[in-house]
Design a protein around this ligand. Structure first.
Ligand SMILES: NC(=O)c1ccc[n+]([C@@H]2O[C@H](COP(=O)([O-])OP(=O)(O)OC[C@H]3O[C@@H](n4cnc5c(N)ncnc54)[C@H](OP(=O)(O)O)[C@@H]3O)[C@@H](O)[C@H]2O)c1
Length: 293
């Protein structure tokens, strides 16, 4: 089976390439922006079409315009990358007999529910990033019932720094740390995602939407504080493990509106695959075992 990974230089894409290269039955084809530039949908389709793949193969799209504020500034660009190109690639996959696994986001929701979001909950994006991602999900699912949209949240891992790495790095030189306390979700560890997403390479897993992240719920502040504790426990000389609370409404430099509460309910994935994602704290501990600034 060929597995084409778009966005192979990204946080998630790089982890999938690294881990899936060891899978016995998969030939991994890593595609970066150089081969497949989603900002030009026609060229993006041609870039994927140039790869010889066909029936029974899988394309995994980890590429996206992920700069949430940047998507407000360049709305047309965000639509081309997050909506139009995934739609074209989804239809190309149908023509070739292949499945598309498209990575989505918790930002399709408005974050007002008091329980984790299920796949059936109605999306109401607050930002252009969320809107263009949602429309991308819809294009992908309209192309084929065999395609999958896997919505993840707060992606972190060893291949590219994210929030937890930034807060620990800063604490190497500053005793002050602060993070938003009234925004909650769950982190998604790319090393775990590589195991979970491999399930979607099996055609026995039905198409449709899946929510997937580590279990439990936390705020950015909880997440940052636990990262600092784990880093310290592993010998990283941080100057603090205390994170002062900030309010989401105080983040004046944010251009896009962020949803306040977006934990994702992963029961559907667990029911279909038999895999229950481990708690986010265990994943953060694993991340800081061999962490380097
Ligand atoms: N990061 C999060 O917290 C988070 C949360 C929820 C959902 N997600 C979703 O998870 C997926 C993976 O995100 P990530 O965290 O791995 O993000 P990332 O590190 O920003 O990776 C995104 C990838 O997309 C590529 N890309 C951007 N513009 C492109 C274009 N015009 N043409 C082709 N490739 C382009 C980037 O290429 P370059 O390497 O060349 O820049 C990068 O490899 C995305 O669908 C994202 O929406 C992420």
């Amino acid at each position: 089976m060929k597995v084409l990974i778009l966005g192979s230089n990204g946080r998630l894409g790089a982890a999938l390439v690294r881990r899936w290269q060891t899978l016995p039955d998969a030939e991994v084809i890593a595609l970066t922006r150089v081969q497949v530039d989603l900002s030009d949908p026609e060229k993006a389709e041609a870039g994927v079409a140039a790869v010889p793949f066909g029936a029974g193969d899988v394309v995994v799209n980890c590429a996206a315009a992920t700069d949430v504020d940047g998507c407000e500034k360049d709305r047309d660009g965000a639509r081309r990358i997050n909506t139009e190109s995934p739609g074209r690639i989804a239809r190309l996959c149908v023509a070739r007999g292949a499945r598309l696994v498209h990575i989505g986001t918790d930002y399709v929701f408005d974050g007002t529910l008091d329980r984790p979001y299920t796949e059936e909950d109605e999306p109401k994006p607050l930002s252009h990033y969320g809107l263009t991602k949602l429309e991308g999900d819809r294009e992908v699912l309209a192309a084929s019932p065999a395609h999958c949209v896997v919505r993840v949240s707060w992606v972190f891992g060893p291949d590219k720094p994210s929030f937890v790495d930034a807060i620990v790095k800063r604490a190497l030189t500053s005793p002050e740390a602060a993070a938003v306390h009234d925004k909650t979700s769950a982190p998604s560890y790319t090393e775990d995602m590589a195991v979970w997403l491999a399930e979607f390479l099996k055609f026995s897993v039905p198409g449709g939407i899946y929510h997937l992240c580590n279990s439990g719920t936390c705020s950015w502040r909880d997440y940052g504080e636990y990262a600092l504790e784990c880093a310290k426990a592993n010998g990283v000389p941080v100057l603090t493990t205390t994170v002062a609370p900030l309010k989401l409404s105080d983040m004046k430099n944010f251009i896009a509106v962020r949803p306040p509460k977006t934990p994702l309910d992963t029961a559907k994935f667990a029911r279909i695959t038999g895999i229950t994602p481990r708690p986010w704290r265990e994943a953060v501990e694993a991340h800081f075992k061999n962490w380097k600034a």
